[in-house]
Each structure stands twice: as structure tokens, then as C-alpha cells.
Ligand binder design. Structure first.
Ligand SMILES: [Zn+2]
Length: 128
């Protein structure tokens, strides 16, 4: 029997981050999609785990109809936004086999961030 979790605090996610949601398509491929344009909103939730373990920070998902839930299954990923070094517009993040790529929809510049699975998103280098 698991004890229900309690949200202790809701905190905004800074504007320089983008939230991706893991979606598995009909043939079993995993995609990380941005649902913000469809009206989804996201907050950080500080969750009290009642002494089972230390408190944890999960993503609180607000659906377009206003209902919400705490994502404690890790299907949402909070990643930094990056601007294209050529165009200055925000690049589109995409995850392939655990590697994070940022693609500019204007000039096709691509930057890669390794090791999304381990949370390492600091190492950005140009791949083209
Ligand atoms: Zn560009």
C-alpha cells in the first residue's frame, strides 16, 4: 500500500526552459513532444514523500481543461531553451535514442546535447 503524496509547494518553471512529454507511437517509437502550443501548462511541484524518502520535485501538469496532476512517472522532461547562433530564434528540441538535439527550423543548424537519460544537459556542442 502506498501513501498518497502531498504537494507542499508549487513553483513556476522559468521561461528559459521548455517541457517535453514522452509519447510512444503505434509502432513503439518514443518521441518527446512539446504540448505547450496545445494549451498544456507546467509547474514544479515539491512533493512530500512522508518520510519514505526525501521530498522530491516533480512536474505538475495542467491540462487545457484546467485539471492537473503530478507527473511522478517521468514522462515529462524539462530542458533548457537554446537560441540558434545564426538566426537567434529558439531551436526546436528533439530526443532520439536518449540523445538530445536542437534543430533550427529556419537554417537547419543542429546542436546536440548528450546523455539526456542521465540528466546531463550541460555539454552542448555543434554537430554541423
Ligand atoms: Zn538558425
Amino acid at each position: 500500500m502506498s501513501i498518497p503524496k502531498t504537494i507542499k509547494q508549487i513553483m513556476p518553471i522559468p521561461d528559459d526552459y521548455i517541457i517535453l512529454t514522452k509519447v510512444v507511437d503505434e509502432v513503439g517509437n518514443t518521441h518527446m513532444l512539446n504540448f505547450s502550443p496545445m494549451g498544456y501548462r507546467y509547474m514544479y511541484a515539491l512533493v512530500d514523500c512522508h518520510g519514505d524518502r526525501s521530498d522530491e520535485v516533480d512536474v505538475y501538469v495542467i491540462r487545457p481543461d484546467g485539471s492537473g496532476y503530478v507527473d511522478d512517472s517521468g514522462i515529462t522532461l524539462v530542458v533548457p531553451k537554446y537560441k540558434c547562433p545564426h538566426c537567434g530564434i529558439f531551436m526546436k528540441p528533439q530526443v532520439d535514442d536518449g540523445d538530445m538535439n536542437y534543430v533550427c527550423t529556419s537554417c537547419n543548424e543542429m546542436q546536440r546535447v548528450k546523455d539526456v537519460r542521465t540528466g546531463g544537459v550541460a555539454n552542448v556542442y555543434q554537430s554541423v
